[in-house]
Design a protein around this ligand. Structure first.
Ligand SMILES: O=c1[nH]c(=O)c2ncn([C@@H]3O[C@H](COP(=O)(O)OP(=O)(O)OP(=O)(O)O)[C@@H](O)[C@H]3O)c2[nH]1
Ligand SMILES: [Mg+2]
Length: 199
């Protein structure tokens, strides 16, 4: 089964490919000239569907399965920010480092060393059987400093519930065991297996 990933984020591609070991997984940029997709949705789910649909429409092979991921970190103390704006928190074109620095600075400006936070991953599938979406979450705390070099994005400032280290200090397998992305991917695989079984 060929699965085309509708994402340009290298950290996501690495994690999704590791989860889908054994499947034929390709990034959409390997099949066509990559293009920007406007994420105009109001929710993670809407944005994930927009990305999966855009790549499915651009593919010649309409029987392909396209998988997208829209994700981010939400801090209730900040009214849910950055949320769906996680990739653009420090402005359009901001990179992971800029976004991480902005969230750390925002917490520090409020005198907050640690506060509850959670990651959301919405995974959308555009398939020959229609469009679907699933979610996964990981709860924990955001801290006002960066610790560790692993993972990507906001990982150096996120401590998962039940742990004392940040995701930046954890190895890839440990993050994979508990991540929002893994949880969503498990639902996606259950769904795909059911769809295929009903063919
Ligand atoms: O530390 C992190 N660990 C994670 O596990 C994680 N998952 C998502 N994010 C952040 O959330 C935004 C996604 O935005 P996003 O879904 O629009 O993706 P993106 O624009 O990077 O790529 P694409 O998939 O849209 O092509 C980006 O800022 C990511 O850094 C994470 N940060
Ligand atoms: Mg994006």
């Amino acid at each position: 089964m060929k699965i085309v990933l509708a994402t340009s984020n290298k950290g996501k591609i690495r994690e999704i490919k590791a989860f889908l070991e054994g499947f034929d997984v390709v990034g959409f940029d390997e099949l066509m000239t990559p293009f920007d997709i406007d994420e105009t949705g109001a929710t993670f789910k809407e944005n994930a569907l927009i990305k999966a649909r855009a790549v499915h429409e651009a593919l010649e092979d309409k029987n392909a399965i396209v998988l997208s991921d829209d994700s981010g970190i939400s801090v209730p103390l900040l009214g849910g920010e950055p949320g769906i704006y996680s990739a653009r928190y420090a402005g359009i074109g901001a990179n992971d480092k800029d976004n991480l620095a902005k969230l750390i600075a925002t917490l520090s400006a409020r005198g907050v060393a640690q506060t509850p936070a959670f990651y959301t991953a919405a995974i959308a599938l555009a398939t020959p059987w229609g469009e679907f979406s699933v979610h996964g979450w990981m709860h924990g705390h955001a801290i006002n400093e960066a610790r560790g070099e692993n993972g990507f994005g906001y990982d150096p400032m996120f401590i998962p519930e039940g742990y004392t280290t940040t995701l930046g200090e954890m190895d890839a397998q440990s993050k994979r065991d508990i991540s929002h992305r893994t949880r969503a991917l498990k639902h996606a695989m259950t769904l795909l297996n059911t769809l295929k079984g009903n063919q």
